[in-house]
Design a protein around this ligand. Structure first.
Ligand SMILES: Cc1ncc(COP(=O)(O)O)c(C=O)c1O
Length: 408
């Protein structure tokens, strides 16, 4: 049964806002999504009625807080097709990837080993790996085709006996390209390399099952999937996580501490030092509830429908260049573009005067910008609360930009 996505709009209070006298059109969900009332209520519930630290006290409030925090973990685990022991709460995707760079990269790799990545990564999946160069570890990158897909044939050449880790973004935050993670997983594993996937833009938008895709590690952020900021996830296969040294030390991640030696806690707590983002995990659990109620397949279909419509409408605008695959089925709900003669920041600013929020700039993907031959793009991105009418307003805004800049 087709879902009427308009009905979800009432759950997102921010959508009632006026910006510059116009009702807000929010087309920046790839940066961060809006949050439904149920997520805000869940977090408020923790602060209003059972504030306590987790895994420490035996009093009633501590018990409730721990239960809800762990229930957030259980929900996330089942959402990505795994068990709670394999779900580590972090601050965000960036922290999850940094955890891997320290625990796995510095912990397990040797001088001369290689990490194979791609040129379409977000800075958070490039910069931390560069830290490893100090240890004599080499970074290699698979390039992109002009249509915004990965040059898959390069894996054959770039994967060598020295390649210990392969990392790739599931969905590009600029091109919208959905990368063939299953195929990359097979290539990596046939080469005895581990696969690390950046799921920041995929987990919020499509069904992602870590076991079916055979992913060794997956990083994603709560704030891009209707959850709060400050909570993210690192999934890792239990056998692999068990062999890693913790990234941070302190309270909660221990079983027993002596002055010279510590016995670490079991998984996943071994990787969660200090008081965690308790309200964040509870809010993320509520976000997962919301997404599951709508249905991830339906969210994916809605993204496809809006992307198809956007690609069609934007291509009718003169001077428009759209980045990424032409086929909407190969992309997620992200459309980056360039309007000849107008800087992306000017586009964003004119759209802002119409109450429309988009992203402009390098989108934290400067190496990809270089490959695309631009310094910045304008990016519209959608989620389940967007409708065709938002795209129609975007198109009107872009026509206005053309007029302001007197484009022929
Ligand atoms: C593909 C991708 N990876 C990683 C990140 C980093 O996410 P965070 O800032 O939540 O750590 C983003 C954020 O935009 C992203 O789009």
């Amino acid at each position: 049964m087709p879902v009427d996505f308009k009905k979800f709009r009432k759950d997102f209070p921010v959508l009632k806002r006026k910006v510059n006298g116009k009702t807000l059109v929010y087309l920046d969900s790839a940066a961060t999504s809006l949050k439904p009332v149920s997520v805000l209520d869940a977090m408020n519930g923790y602060y209003m009625s059972y504030t306590a630290n987790v895994a420490r006290g035996v009093h009633k409030l501590a018990e409730e807080a721990t239960e809800e925090y762990e229930s957030g973990r259980e929900k996330v685990a089942s959402f990505i097709g795994t068990k709670p022991a394999e779900v580590i709460f972090t601050r965000n995707t960036t922290e999850a990837l940094n955890l891997l760079v320290y625990s796995l990269g510095f912990g397990k790799l040797k001088r001369g080993d290689e990490v194979l990545s791609t040129v379409m990564e977000h800075h958070s999946n490039i910069v931390p790996w560069q830290f490893l160069k100090a240890k004599g570890i080499k970074l290699k990158f698979v390039d992109v085709n002009p249509d915004g897909t990965l040059k898959m044939e390069q894996y054959e050449k770039l994967l060598t006996k020295k390649t210990k880790l392969v990392t790739v973004t599931h969905v590009s935050n600029v091109l919208g390209t959905i990368n063939p993670v299953s195929a990359i997983s097979k290539l990596a594993h046939d080469n005895d390399s581990l696969l690390i996937v950046d799921g920041a833009q995929s987990v919020p938008h499509m069904p992602v099952d870590v076991k079916k895709l055979d992913i060794d590690f997956l990083a994603f952020s709560g704030h891009k999937m209707l959850g709060p900021t400050g909570i993210g996830v690192l999934y890792g296969k239990e056998g692999l996580l068990a062999k890693l040294q913790p990234f941070l030390g302190g309270g909660d991640m221990i079983k027993e501490v002596g002055l010279q030696k510590t016995v670490y806690n079991s998984l996943p707590w071994k990787f969660e030092a200090g008081t965690p983002n308790i309200a964040g995990a509870i809010g993320l659990g509520a976000a997962v509830d919301y997404l599951q109620k709508v249905g991830m397949k339906k969210i994916r279909d809605h993204d496809k429908e809006l992307t198809d419509y956007t690609l069609e409408k934007l291509s009718d605008i003169r001077g428009m260049k759209i980045f990424g695959p032409k086929n909407y089925k190969m992309r997620s709900g992200v459309v980056s573009f360039e309007l000849r003669g107008v800087h992306p920041h000017d586009i964003a600013s004119i759209l802002n005067s119409e109450g429309i929020a988009i992203r402009s700039g390098h989108a934290c993907a400067q190496p990809l910008m270089d490959r695309l031959g631009v310094t910045a793009v304008a990016r519209a991105s959608f989620y389940l609360y967007n409708t065709r009418s938002d795209i129609d307003k975007l198109v009107l805004g872009l026509e206005k930009a053309r007029k302001v800049f007197k484009l022929a």
